[in-house]
Design a protein around this ligand. Structure first.
Ligand code: 5RP
Length: 218
């Protein structure tokens, strides 16, 4: 089974956790695209969908599924999203697609967060995937210098603007031995909007698509 098939498999498995009447948060990325497509095939009743990106909003809309603003919904019952890296401790790196800020907001508002990944995303320690940091444009160089002091190599994601009108720095070679502490430290740099470390609010459950089927980590 190739990676794309493992993504599709785990995305379809996530449907088993969706119930009529839920306020459902929808993440962003190619794995979530499979989830959205599967959602479109099922006649759920009274689902209230909250989207984490313009990309997912457009895909949902293309299937005739309307989205509601988070502020009009309150808390979300369930959030389904992918990740770029995930550990057995349910800590994540997200933001490869640049949607980390809205993703972190929806995850924060979610009673339950199920992260869907294929097994290539499982790691012992986070940080091989460059850590995305969304920054206010005028702060980009300043934030980059602070990230160097933390031991990373910041690279500006050129020609990319987030849904919030900001820029992304991808931080390479960062030692993330203690994800909660690193998330706090990066959050405290002035000009940082969001760091793509999801450790304070990690996933509640990881569904992992493998050649043997879908495995759950809780
Ligand atoms: C987007 C994300 C995605 O969840 C992450 O990049 C995984 O993407 P994919 O499912 O395409 O591998 O955080 O900001």
């Amino acid at each position: 089974m190739d990676q794309s098939e493992r993504k599709r498999l785990v995305a379809r498995e996530a449907l088993a956790h969706v119930e009529d009447g839920m306020a459902l948060g929808v993440g962003t990325g190619s794995t979530v695209d499979f989830f959205i497509d599967a959602l479109g095939e099922h006649p759920y009743r009274k689902l209230c969908l909250v989207s984490s990106s313009e990309r997912s909003t457009a895909r949902l809309g293309g299937l005739g599924l309307d989205v509601t603003e988070l502020s009009a919904v309150g808390d979300v019952d369930l959030y389904i999203d992918g990740a770029d890296e995930a550990t057995q401790h349910l800590h994540l790196i997200k933001g490869g697609g640049g949607a980390l800020t809205r993703e972190k907001i929806v995850a924060g508002a979610a009673r339950r967060f199920i992260c869907i990944v294929d097994d290539s995303k499982l790691v012992g320690r986070l940080g091989k995937f460059p850590l995305p940091v969304e920054v206010i444009p005028m702060a980009r160089s300043f934030v980059a210098r602070q990230l160097v002091k933390l031991g990373g190599q910041p690279v500006w994601r050129r020609d990319f603007v987030t849904d919030n009108g900001n820029q992304i720095i991808d931080v390479r070679n960062l030692e993330i031995a203690r994800p909660v502490e690193m998330e706090t430290r990066i959050n405290q740099i002035p000009g940082v909007v969001t760091v793509g470390l999801f450790a304070h609010r990690g996933a509640d459950m990881l569904l992992v698509g493998t050649d043997r089927g879908v495995e759950a980590v809780t």
